[in-house]
Ligand binder design. Structure first.
Ligand code: FES
Length: 78
């Protein structure tokens, strides 16, 4: 069952499959998330997710089974 992913800073909504990597979903939606390593080591791809206390790495984080709202791309301001 598809899940809605909302990229709030870009005002873009896209559907994704649970387990898909956030970075792949963003790329498919035309949302640019900077990357450096794609292995989870550099933290350049950090994004904030609504309802989560700490940022996550978009290259590692997967889409959950319910609505996911990306509220901020951290690397553009760090
Ligand atoms: S691109 Fe390096 S941690 Fe995601």
């Amino acid at each position: 069952m598809s899940v809605t992913v909302l990229f709030l800073p870009d005002r873009i909504t896209v559907t994704a499959e649970p387990g898909e990597r956030l970075l792949s979903v963003a790329a498919r939606a035309g949302v640019s998330i900077p990357t450096s390593c794609l292995r989870g080591a550099c933290y350049v791809c950090k994004v904030e997710i609504e309802g989560q206390a700490n940022p996550v790495r978009a290259c590692l984080e997967t889409v959950p089974t319910e609505l996911l709202t990306i509220v901020h791309r951290c690397s553009t301001t760090v």
